[in-house]
Design a protein around this ligand. Structure first.
Ligand code: PMP
Ligand code: GLN
Length: 384
C-alpha cells in the first residue's frame, strides 16, 4: 500500500492531550473520574426544551457568520450589566465553537511567525499549540509553588519588542486562583504604553467563591481596548459537550478575528444559539453558579479535611489542587497513575502544565460532580 512520505509535522512535540490519556486510563480501570473538567450531572431541562423548540421552529440552517444576533445582543447586555463595558453586538462579539475556537482564532488572526506570546504557567493546554502552529514563540512566566500568584515586576521582564500577545486565565485552571483588581491594574499599567494584545481566558467567570468578584479584562478601560475576552457556555450551563462559547473584543481586533472565523467554521450550531439567547435572559441562570459550586467545593473539602492531603481552598473554577507531599515525594504523574490503577480514582497531574514539568506534588481534582461521587472519591483519599 502506498504510504505518503515526507510528512513534516508543524507540531512535532505535541502528544495526545492529558485529558484524553487520563480519561481513557480511568475508563479502563473503572476509576471514579475527577480528572477532565466536566459535570457528571444533567443541565437544566429548560435548555433541552428551548433547543428542541428552536429546531421545531425551523432554525436548522446556517446561522449568521458572527452568530445569531439575538444571542450577541443578550451577551452584550450581560457584559454591560456585570462589568460596565459595552461591546457592540454587531461589531464586537462572535459566537464560537467553545472558548477553544475563540482562543485559537484570536491567536491565528494576530500571531505572525517569530512573534512572542507570554504564557503564564501552569497553563491550560490549548494555548501553546495554537501559538506554535502559527509560527509564534511561547515565552513562559512560571507561577511559584505553592501560591501561584504573579509577581508583576518579574512578569514585566518577559516583555520584549517581539511580544505580540499576553495570555491570562482568571479564574485559573489548574490552580484555582483568581486575579484581584490589583493584579488587573498592574497588568494594565504594564501594557499601557505597548501595542500588545491581551487574550483573557475567562471561561470560569461565573465560578468564583467566598464573595470575590470576577475581574474581567472588560472592566479595565485600557485592557478592554486591547483584549479578546473568551467565554464558554459549556462551563456556565453544564453542557461542555455542546462546545458553545463566545469572544468579545473591540471592533479593530474583532474584524481580523472574524476574517479567520468565517473560514475556519463560518458559523456555529444555530438551534443551540437560539436556545441560549432565551436562556441567558434570566440572570439567575448564571448568577446562581457561584453558590452552587461553592457548596460542592465545601462538601468535598469537608470530607477530606482529616486526610493526609493539604490544600488551600480553590478561589474559582471547579478544580481543587491537593498537595500529597505528606504521602510521597514521587512525581505527580506516577502518583496520579497509581491512584487510578490501585485506588480507582482519577485526577490530573499538573506537572505537564508547568515549565519543564516542575513537580509541585499536587494533583487537580474536578468537583463538578454529584455529591455521591465526591463522597466516594473522598473515601478513597481518606485511606491514603
Ligand atoms: N480555557 C480553559 C482554562 C479551560 O479550562 C477550558 C475548558 N476545557 C477551555 C478554555 C475551553 O473551553 P471550551 O470547552 O468552551 O472550548
Ligand atoms: N477544560 C477541561 C479541563 O481542564 C478539559 C477540556 C478538554 O479535555 N479539552 O479539564
Amino acid at each position: 500500500m502506498t504510504k505518503i512520505k515526507g510528512v513534516i509535522s508543524k507540531l512535532p512535540n505535541i502528544k495526545t492531550t492529558i485529558f484524553t490519556t487520563v480519561g481513557n486510563l480511568a475508563r479502563q480501570h473503572n476509576a471514579i473520574d475527577l480528572s477532565q473538567g466536566f459535570p457528571n450531572f444533567e443541565p437544566d431541562p429548560e435548555l433541552y426544551k428551548l433547543t428542541s423548540q428552536a429546531m421545531k421552529a425551523g432554525h436548522n440552517q446556517y446561522a449568521a457568520m458572527k452568530g445569531y444576533y439575538g444571542l450577541r445582543e443578550v451577551i452584550s447586555e450581560k457584559i454591560t450589566k456585570l462589568h460596565r463595558h459595552t461591546y457592540h453586538p454587531e461589531k464586537e462579539i462572535t459566537i464560537t465553537v467553545g472558548a477553544t475556537q475563540a482562543i485559537y482564532t484570536a491567536i491565528t488572526a494576530f500571531v505572525h511567525a517569530g512573534d512572542e506570546v507570554i504564557v503564564i504557567k501552569p497553563a491550560y493546554d490549548c494555548y501553546e499549540p495554537a501559538i506554535e502552529v502559527n509560527g509564534g514563540i511561547s515565552i513562559y512566566y512560571q507561577l511559584s509553588n505553592p501560591d501561584y500568584t504573579v509577581n508583576w515586576d518579574d512578569f514585566k521582564t518577559k516583555i520584549t519588542s517581539k511580544t505580540k500577545m499576553v495570555i491570562i486565565n482568571t479564574p485559573h485552571n489548574p490552580s484555582g486562583r483568581i486575579f484581584t483588581k490589583e493584579d488587573m491594574l498592574q497588568l494594565q499599567e504594564i501594557l499601557r504604553s505597548t501595542n500588545i494584545i491581551l487574550l483573557s481566558d475567562e471561561v470560569y467567570e461565573h465560578i468564583i467563591f467566598d464573595d470575590a468578584e470576577h475581574q474581567s479584562a472588560s472592566r479595565f478601560e485600557d485592557l478592554a481596548a486591547r483584549s479578546f475576552v473568551c467565554a464558554s457556555f459549556g462551563k456556565t450551563f453544564h453542557v461542555t459537550g455542546w462546545k458553545m462559547g463566545y469572544c468579545a473584543a473591540p471592533e479593530v481586533l474583532m474584524r481580523e478575528f472574524q476574517k479567520v472565523h468565517q473560514f475556519a467554521v463560518f458559523c456555529v450550531d444555530h438551534p443551540v444559539q437560539r436556545a441560549l439567547a432565551k436562556y441567558l435572559q434570566h440572570e439567575e441562570h448564571y448568577l446562581a453558579l457561584n453558590e452552587f459550586y461553592q457548596k460542592k467545593r465545601d462538601f468535598f473539602l469537608d470530607q477530606i479535611k482529616n486526610s493526609c492531603f493539604s490544600f488551600k481552598p480553590s478561589e474559582g473554577t471547579y478544580f481543587q489542587l491537593l498537595d500529597y507531599s505528606e504521602i510521597t515525594k514521587d512525581g505527580d504523574e506516577d502518583f496520579a497513575k497509581r491512584l487510578i490503577i490501585d485506588h480507582k480514582l482519577a485526577s490530573i497531574a499538573i506537572s505537564s502544565f508547568n515549565v519543564e514539568n516542575r513537580n509541585d506534588h499536587k494533583l487537580r481534582f474536578c468537583f463538578a460532580k454529584k455529591e455521591e461521587t465526591l463522597f466516594k472519591a473522598a473515601e478513597i483519599l481518606n485511606k491514603l
